[in-house]
Design a protein around this ligand. Structure first.
Ligand SMILES: *Cc1c(COP(=O)(O)O)cnc(C)c1O
Length: 474
């Protein structure tokens, strides 16, 4: 964290001058104005906070758009066949994001009925024709319910089948409905990669996908089902990955098992390599750029298929984090400051693990700035605490910041992925609002939850409403 100690906010912003959002700390539009305030999407963050309150997710439309476009254009440039980028909605699924990414011609990976519903509703509201897009929606998950599978069949999206139970359920459902299902088969490639064990998915001991030893039996089963139309293979090896090698290894495994599927008489034409490209959360993080990742994936898939004399499949990638993370920051108001002499100084913000569960779940690190003190040196070392009743609710330990007082606006960078989507109401704290910023305009895209919202699902049985039956004081 030496860098933040010696430079002011402005230098920090331009420090990593890549145009690949995942290599940046700040959203691409971030600047500092004459008042020394952080500006994103042409909007002064201090003003946004005055208007919308805190905690506040601030989503920069430009950065989100650039990330999506970089993926799409890099595949067009580096992959000699057809390609499709689909957004892993679980990173952050809301109507505005669906609409922006559909405009950039991305498809969608959904992992629940709720994500599918949000996506379909958003596309309808935004004026898209679902008929045109449904084949770009892929339904994932290791335990889809029969109800979710029926919803997928109603929608006409593709289904990525994860296990035997799902395969059998889907075979029965499609036979009952006399309706074809277009499916991909998820396999566990047995690849280890260096990332947190909770977000590692490609090793043999994983809850996701068919292991390679059972795949030929799966092929035989699928071939016998009248209504199951297998068109491709899928694998996802993990998340927040900084190396290119695991995806290059994956290409060979996919090509090998694709060929075996053809040998079993399946008519495959798609390969989905998952997502997983990491982002720069702190200056120490050094991920490849989006185009570098796409180039590595594209060339290794193309060469693995060519080496086997196979025609090129349509190549699908499903990034989540690297599309949305850097586009968003979270603004908090600083409250209590607790100084324990010779031990530590805590500053507490008005949110925490309920709006950003990543630090407590994965020990994740973040970069932080004070939005109203961008030109001041980072001379004070503090620990940023959340407001939840949990000692582990610490957003970041020992970060250097400008001298910070109650009322200052603390901004956490790169919170677009796995923050709102994992947010909770722990301690009955309403989930924050989210605002979309673009060229000086701001629009609320998610309302802040109110006290009424918090009790909306509660029900009180009538027999618990008759106060006269009990007396607390007797
Ligand atoms: C989580 C996930 C992704 C997206 O991963 P990122 O690291 O956010 O890019 C893609 N595909 C599957 C199946 C996933 O589970």
């Amino acid at each position: 964290m030496l860098l933040t100690e010696t430079i002011n906010g402005k230098a920090l912003i331009s420090l990593f001058d890549s145009d690949s959002p995942n290599q940046r700390l700040f959203p691409l539009t971030a600047t500092v104005n004459d008042c020394g305030h952080l500006v994103i999407g042409g909007c002064d963050v201090v003003e946004l906070v005055r208007q919308y309150g805190t905690p506040l997710y601030i989503l920069d439309e430009y950065t989100l758009t650039v990330a999506a476009r970089q993926y799409r254009e890099a595949f067009q440039k580096y992959y000699p066949g057809e390609s499709q980028v689909i957004y892993a909605s679980k990173a952050w699924c809301c109507q505005a994001i669906v609409s922006i990414l559909a405009r950039e011609k991305l498809g969608f990976d959904v992992v629940s009925g709720g994500e599918l519903y949000t996506t379909v509703k958003a596309l309808e509201l935004a004026g898209y024709n679902l008929e045109d897009i449904k084949s770009k929606i892929y339904f994932h998950g290791n335990n889809k319910s029969p109800g979710e599978l029926e919803f997928a069949l109603d929608t006409g999206c593709k289904i990525i089948v994860d296990n035997w139970w799902e395969l059998e359920t889907l075979a029965q459902l499609t036979a009952k409905r006399q309706q074809d299902a277009t499916i991909l088969l998820r396999l566990t490639p047995g690849i280890e990669c260096h990332t947190h064990e909770y977000i590692r998915t490609g090793s043999l001991d994983s809850k996701f996908g068919f292991h390679l030893g059972e795949l030929e039996a799966v092929y035989t089963f699928v071939k016998e089902q009248k209504y199951l139309k297998a068109i491709g293979l899928h694998a996802h090896i993990g998340s927040q990955i900084f190396q290119l090698q695991p995806h290059q290894d994956l290409a060979h495994i996919l090509a090998q098992w694709y060929q075996k599927a053809l040998d079993h008489g399946l008519c495959l034409r798609e390969v989905n390599v998952g997502g997983g490209l990491g982002i720069r959360y702190t200056p120490a993080d050094n991920p490849p750029s989006i185009p570098q990742w796409v180039q590595a994936v594209s060339t290794s898939v193309a060469s693995a298929f060519k080496a086997r004399g196979l025609s090129l499949p349509k190549l699908i990638a499903e990034p989540g984090r690297s599309i949305v993370a850097t586009a968003c920051v979270t603004a908090y108001t600083v409250g209590a400051k607790k100084i324990i002499p010779g031990v530590r100084t805590y500053i507490a913000v008005d949110g925490g693990m309920s709006d950003n569960p990543r630090p407590i779940t994965y020990q994740s690190l973040y970069q932080m700035v004070i939005a109203n003190k961008m030109n001041q040196g980072h001379t004070e070392t503090v620990t940023v605490a959340g407001k939840h009743c949990e000692s582990g609710d610490i957003l970041l330990k020992d970060i250097s910041l400008p001298p910070t007082n109650p009322g200052d606006i603390l901004v956490v960078l790169a919170t677009g992925a796995y923050n709102y989507s994992m947010a909770s109401n722990y301690n009955r704290i309403g989930r924050p609002a989210a605002v979309l910023v673009h060229e000086g305009e701001s629009n609320l895209i998610i309302r802040r939850e109110t006290y009424e919202d918090l009790i909306q699902q509660d029900l009180l049985p009538t027999r618990l409403t008759n106060h006269s039956l009990g007396n607390f004081n007797s």
